[in-house]
Design a protein around this ligand. Structure first.
Ligand SMILES: [Zn+2]
Length: 302
């Protein structure tokens, strides 16, 4: 599981920073999360293949989280894309994007499938045999969701030397991987744990931006491998955080601590701060396992 940060700064694009967008690579999926202005350029700079993106998750309809979307949708058309593109986002996103395509007479020649969200409860958005994606309802100035990407428990690991030693027929290996006991060629019942090992623990990634400090998030992101939590401000601007429905670095660290996550990734920094290390300095006394997001940074989730 790998997160590539394409942009992690609030509000306006600048020559050296980008608004929110990131790519999560997991089990052959490339999930695009938010799509601020400049996302296409950042995808190119980070050598991420456009055609591998099949699912785009948009947290909310503030411009710094989706103004790059219509451009990307349009580029996919110019690249002669044929595969489906699924876009998950707040109700209204379909109208915004299709109006622009309609007035430009530039309908896509590939299937563009919108999944519009209105629920204020966590909702399963996507699932296959290896991973699930669900919403994390957030509290912001407009309807907003974070997203939780969770691997499913994998098959048990076959200890091939042990399986041979216990004289188990190869056709039973699949049952062993599923955790079943089997009977060996010489008729003995072999307990599963003798010939298999636990699978690697499933990994999970939670993306929470934008949001006011909200302890309702805690049970939803409990024990995740990595939590990206916005920290638009430092405590020096505490008075701005609540009315704008954003969080401070200290508040993000408090959520991480309460949820017992493994790592906290900070981002969505206000452009008023020249040095993002200040965010670590503020958060670390509360929760030390901090990674500062920055544009172009790759983060392994383990
Ligand atoms: Zn916002």
């Amino acid at each position: 599981m790998k997160v590539t940060i394409l942009g992690c700064y609030a509000a306006t694009p600048r020559s050296f920073t980008n608004p929110t967008s990131q790519v999560l690579e997991v089990n052959n999926h490339l999930f695009l999360i938010d799509c601020g202005e400049g996302t296409q350029v950042q995808l190119r700079k980070n050598r991420i293949k456009f055609s591998r993106i099949k699912h785009i998750f948009i947290s909310h309809l503030h411009g710094d989280h989706f103004y790059g979307l219509v451009g990307l949708v349009s580029t996919f058309r110019l690249l002669n894309r044929e595969t489906e593109l699924h876009i998950y986002g707040p109700k209204g996103i379909k109208e915004i994007i299709t109006l622009q395509l309609k007035l430009a007479n530039s309908w896509t020649n590939y299937p563009l499938i919108f999944h519009e969200l209105t629920s204020k409860e966590p909702q399963l958005l996507f699932e296959d045999t290896k991973i699930s994606v669900s919403t994390i309802p957030l509290k912001h100035r407009v309807y907003t969701n974070g997203f939780l990407f969770r691997e499913k428990e994998g098959d048990r690991k076959l200890l091939i030397n042990e399986a041979v030693k216990y004289n188990i027929d190869k056709t039973l290996y699949k049952s062993l991987k599923k955790g079943k006991d089997v009977v060996s060629e010489d008729g003995k019942l072999i307990a599963n744990h003798l010939v298999t090992a636990d699978p690697p623990p499933p990994r999970s990634y939670a993306f929470c931006s934008d949001t006011v400090y909200d302890e309702d998030i805690v049970p939803l992101v409990k024990n995740v491998s990595a939590l990206y939590h916005e920290s638009t401000f430092l405590e020096d601007e505490f008075d701005l955080a609540f009315p704008t429905k954003h969080s401070t670095a200290r508040q993000a660290a408090t959520i991480a601590k309460l949820a017992g996550v493994k790592k906290l990734i900070l981002g969505h920094y206000s452009t008023r701060y020249d040095d993002i290390e200040l965010f670590r300095t503020e958060a670390a006394p509360i929760f030390p396992e901090i990674i500062l997001a920055d544009d172009g940074k790759e983060i392994t989730v383990e």
